[in-house]
Design a protein around this ligand. Structure first.
Ligand SMILES: Cc1cc2nc3c(=O)[nH]c(=O)nc-3n(C[C@H](O)[C@H](O)[C@H](O)COP(=O)(O)OP(=O)(O)OC[C@H]3O[C@@H](n4cnc5c(N)ncnc54)[C@H](O)[C@@H]3O)c2cc1C
Length: 455
């Protein structure tokens, strides 16, 4: 039996006080040793679990002989953001879940190997990507998250002129404003964005489509359009006290910390309230990220308040374990019913109830039910709501005929085409909040649909 190479990481008590990357990456020796665990099965299943179809067996085979140049070339045939995906993809429910070795022992650490190859290339200097001769066609990509970046990259490689419109001042979507520095360093994201820039994609930051220009207007200027505007509008619970001073949406909190570098205030000019006792409501990746940021900002206690049990926590297991190691408190089977405040309207805590799990609901998860008489107060000076997000409806303004579902997501056919001819969409704006790699897969599908459309 071969043992999976452990990922070197900053010790928990050290990293809980800094924003530097937690997982440090394999050494060359570890990477080759881990690649050697791949048994080169005749009928490999791992690719089946990769939404962007990386030829995983081929890149791992190259790594066995330390041929990292060939390995990264193979990965980049289908994935233009490998340093990002190697860090944040939920490989345990994707490629690694299908690894044949995983039936008997731990699967090959495919994500960590991908990260190693990507970092190896970044250190050496990224090669300028190949482009087909110009087609004379113009494509607009709206949104620069993983969906938009993947679509833009594939479209530019085909020789189309691509213009990317982004509402924020930096490209990258959630990769740049949501996922914290300690999980995904921003210079890594920037390198991968720059790689797409090298393909000739014209980036237009600070450009809100639906306000500065509408889709109807873009249709007159471009031969085709891709919409990858994500799901960045935070949901709230609708309980009393949510408008008190000290209640943040995770979205605002993380944007201030990550994109605006509030943790370096006053060097950077965006402030943030640094709570001593912080409650984060929710149990997904966003909740874990917000909780771990609050801890790093100097809180004495940060607790996750989640209405189901540990088993149902939707965040990646690795993130949950990291959060626990760092000292985040998990108040499970607990739900806030009211945010409490003082006479100056500052948050003082949350009134919570205990929950128990009943029969499964429509999502297949057991439905949480309130335990009568279980009301109690959790004291806090900051409450962060991380209970999900929805697409921003702004994109529908001036978009005649663009159909939406009852959840506000854009409706597309199986090829990624919306109800408007020549306008594709993909990523969170279609699926609701999902994953980086599924957004990239949707961006690539839409790019191939647009190619066919333009022919
Ligand atoms: C805190 C956090 C942690 C996460 N952790 C993980 C993780 O560990 N692993 C994982 O796989 N996934 C994770 N996710 C989910 C993942 O990041 C998203 O599923 C993914 O980024 C979706 O990509 P997208 O391109 O569809 O949208 P986004 O990344 O949301 O990008 C959309 C972009 O469009 C721009 N935009 C919106 N409206 C307009 C407009 N009208 N005009 C112009 N531009 C516009 C936005 O500013 C944004 O830059 C996390 C999400 C969050 C919030």
């Amino acid at each position: 039996m071969s043992v999976r190479q452990p990922m070197p990481a900053q010790p928990a008590d050290v990293r809980a006080h800094n924003f530097k990357e937690v997982a440090l990456g394999y050494t060359q020796e570890q990477a080759v040793a881990e690649a050697e665990r791949c048994i080169e099965c005749k009928n490999p299943q791992c690719v089946k679990g990769c939404p962007v179809n990386i030829d995983i067996p081929a890149f791992i085979k190259s790594m066995k002989t330390s041929d990292f140049d060939s390995a990264i070339d193979k990965i980049k045939e289908t994935n233009s953001l490998p340093a990002v995906c190697g860090r944040v993809c939920p490989q345990e429910t994707q490629c690694e879940m299908y690894c044949i070795l995983g039936k008997k022992e731990e699967p090959v650490a495919i994500g960590r190997l991908e990260r190693f190859c990507a970092d190896y290339e970044l250190e050496k200097g990224v090669k300028a990507p190949q482009r087909a001769p110009p087609t004379g066609k113009h494509v607009a990509v709206v949104g620069s998250g993983p969906a938009g970046l993947a679509a833009a990259s594939d479209l530019a490689k085909e020789g189309h002129e691509v213009t990317m419109f982004e509402a924020l001042h930096s490209a990258g979507g959630v990769l740049i404003y949501g996922i914290p520095e300690f999980r995904l360093p921003k210079d890594i994201v920037q390198e991968e964005v720059d790689y797409i820039g090298q393909l000739g994609v014209d980036m237009k930051p600070g450009y809100v489509i639906g306000k500065i220009k509408t889709i109807d207007e873009l249709k007159n200027e471009f031969d085709a359009i891709f919409l990858g505007t994500g799901a960045g509008l935070p949901n709230f619970m609708g309980i009393d006290g949510e408008n008190l001073n000290g209640v943040y949406s995770a979205n605002e909190f993380l944007t201030r910390v990550n994109l605006m570098k509030a943790y370096q205030f006053p060097e950077y000019d965006t402030p943030i309230k640094k709570g001593k006792h912080v409650i984060v409501v929710g149990g997904g990746n966003v909740a874990m990220d917000a909780a771990r940021c609050a801890l790093r900002l100097g809180a004495d206690e940060v607790s996750i308040v989640y209405r189901r049990s540990d088993e149902e926590l939707p965040a990646r297991r690795e993130e949950i374990e990291h959060a626990k190691e760092e000292g985040i408190v998990f108040r499970l089977l607990t739900n806030p019913v009211k945010i409490l405040g003082d006479e100056k309207l500052m948050v003082t805590g949350a009134e919570c109830v205990k929950m128990e799990l009943g029969e499964p609901d429509d999502s297949g998860r057991r439905r949480p039910q309130v335990i009568e008489g279980s009301e109690h107060v959790v004291y806090a000076d900051i409450v962060i709501m991380a209970i999900g997000t929805s697409p921003n409806p702004l994109i529908f303004e001036g978009a005649e005929g663009l159909e939406a579902s009852k959840w506000g997501t854009i409706i597309v056919d199986e090829a990624g085409m919306t109800s408007i001819d020549g306008v594709c969409a993909g990523g969170d704006v279609v699926t609701g909040a999902a994953t980086v790699i599924s957004a990239m897969g949707a961006g690539k599908l839409a790019a191939s649909t647009i190619n066919e459309y333009l022919e």
